[in-house]
Design a protein around this ligand. Structure first.
Ligand SMILES: Nc1ncnc2c1ncn2[C@@H]1O[C@H](COP(=O)(O)OP(=O)(O)OP(=O)(O)O)[C@@H](O)[C@H]1O
Ligand SMILES: [Mg+2]
Length: 506
């Protein structure tokens, strides 16, 4: 029984492969109710971290907690610590701890506990614009927690697989393309997926790393506090309570809902004597810009889709997934722009996990092949002009096809004579590059690496050294980049003259 796991910002969803079906796993809460998700939350109790179902209970009882920590993975370095209550934890340890709890609860508190067998063969997903470190941390954490990871795929690609599976009888035999629109709790992801028999090609992906349902909750919370004439700052506990109330209120909005009523009990003694009433139209007005932001982000994919449209004329449409598409204003604004081609998934929050489970099973059964592409440019800044300047070298450009599982890694090699005593490499990913080839827009820095070029340097002392030009000809240096099927990039830097090198996972 293979698994598909979507580690979501707010909800982690597990789907299993069970004789051609892909049901969602239910977990038993403390009160005995079954929920079809595992809450992505961590809390501190007595100096220890608890996760998932236990953390949700602890938070309600007043324990310090952290929700949506997946958002932090997008911009936290591996060596930075995340604080939860009195505990400081490295990102990898946090994710590992959470996944260990998930694994334990899958085997003990889920509705598949009796039939699951180890090893847990799993396909996992990451946001389309997750950078190499985030992919690495996610993959490594799953492995440390005891899952056997078969593949790591982009979230919208997984949803595209689920779409193709759902419509396999109605999709024409020709290639079709579907634009996946995934608005989750914390991120917006989109992908243009070309579907042909047995093959999915991800033509382009895009996303906004920090945009999702959480932002709608925050807006509702801010509106309520404005109406109640309460200004921030609030205690962390009050904030958590208010956000929980606002999230629940937001999730209960239906197309016919006229107003949202909030008690703001989280404010304790400061709570207003009468409930706060917010007209839904006002809330929509306020959050419309968030939806428009997703449409702006889609623009490059729309252009690509239009080009294809004129070529082939067969469009499967826009497939909306992600829990946050449950707020009626979201599909409404998207439909205003794209009309009847917009379809909302019958399982918006589960499509990604189901897609992962389909891929997990199909590697053996249907031989489905998935080809992903780089969603951003990856490159390196190197020293120039005695450390006064940097030159950017784009190593893998956006759109480069990634290796699929089981094939040889993608590589790139650079060879040059070192000009300086120390190599100072700053690796980055960027959404765009300008005419000169320099990265612009949303930029993610990776590790910085110092590597000795001059003969007599000790690796530990490089930070303190001034960067100087070498007298005469420097040693021959090779940088060899390798990308695996999970999108994790590693570089091996070698001094070929001396035969010394080191490998770094970026
Ligand atoms: N009925 C609903 N109406 C409005 N919003 C909803 C509804 N149900 C869930 N949501 C919102 O959907 C979001 C969670 O969606 P989902 O489970 O797809 O995200 P995720 O996978 O946790 O996050 P991400 O994909 O960004 O990592 C939350 O913000 C939640 O409040
Ligand atoms: Mg999601």
């Amino acid at each position: 029984m293979e698994l598909g796991i979507d580690l979501g910002t707010t909800r982690t969803i597990v789907a299993v492969h069970d004789r051609g079906n892909y049901p969602i796993v239910g977990f038993t809460q403390m009160d005995g109710d079954l929920v079809e998700h595992y809450p992505t939350i961590t809390a501190e109790v007595g100096g220890k971290l608890v996760h998932g179902l236990d953390a949700e209970v602890a938070e309600r009882e007043g324990a310090p907690s952290l929700r949506s920590w997946k958002r932090l993975l997008a911009h936290t370095r591996q060596d930075e610590k995340i604080r939860i209550g009195t505990v400081e934890v490295a990102p990898l340890d946090l994710v590992t701890g959470f996944l260990e709890s998930l694994r334990r609860d899958l085997l003990e508190r889920s509705n598949v506990a009796k039939v699951l067998e180890e090893p847990l063969e799993t396909v996992i997903s990451v946001p389309a614009n997750a950078h190499s470190t985030q992919r690495f941390v996610t993959l490594d954490a799953f492995r440390r927690a005891g899952f056997t990871v078969r593949a790591v795929i982009n979230e919208p690609s997984a949803a595209g697989i689920e779409y193709a599976h759902r419509h396999k009888n109605t999709l024409s035999s020709k290639r079709e393309h579907v634009l996946v629109y995934d608005l989750g709790g914390g991120t917006f992801d989109a992908a243009l997926v070309y579907i042909a028999a047995g093959h999915h090609d991800i033509a382009a992906t895009t996303g906004v790393a920090q945009l999702g349902g959480d932002d709608f909750d925050a807006q509702l919370c801010a509106m309520a506090l404005e109406k109640a004439n309460k200004t921030f700052p609030l205690s962390p506990q009050a904030k958590a309570d208010l956000l929980r109330e606002c999230r629940a209120a937001k999730e209960s909005i239906h197309p016919n809902t006229k107003r949202v009523v909030l008690d703001l009990e989280g404010l304790g003694d400061e709570a207003p004597s009468e409930a706060i009433v917010i007209p839904v139209a006002e809330f929509y007005e306020r959050t419309r810009p968030l939806v428009l932001q997703t449409l702006d982000a889609l623009e490059p994919l729309i252009l690509a889709l239009r080009e294809e449209e004129t070529k082939s004329g067969d469009i499967a449409g826009i497939y909306m997934v992600g829990g946050a598409t449950g707020l009626p204003v979201v599909p409404r604004v998207v439909k205003e722009r794209f009309g009847r081609r917009v379809h909302r998934s019958p399982h918006p929050a589960a499509a990604t996990a189901m897609g992962c489970a389909i891929l997990a099973s199909s590697e053996e059964t249907h031989g489905l092949v998935l080809s992903e592409r780089f969603s951003r440019h990856f490159g390196v800044f190197r020293e120039a002009d005695q450390g006064k300047a940097c030159i950017f070298d784009p190593v893998f450009s956006k759109g480069t096809p990634m290796p699929s599982g089981g094939t040889t890694p993608l590589t790139a090699t650079r060879r040059y004579r070192a000009a300086h005593n120390v190599g100072h490499f700053r690796f980055v990913e960027s959404a765009y590059v300008d005419d000169q080839g320099d990265p612009t827009g949303d930029l993610t820095p990776h590790a910085e690496i110092l590597f000795p070029f001059a003969a007599d340097l000790q690796p530990g002392t490089l930070h303190a050294l001034p960067i100087d030009r070498l007298a005469g000809e420097g040693p021959l240096i090779e940088e060899r980049y390798e990308v695996d099927a999970a999108g994790v990039i590693a570089v091996t830097i070698t001094n070929l003259d001396r035969g010394q090198g080191a490998r770094f996972v970026l």
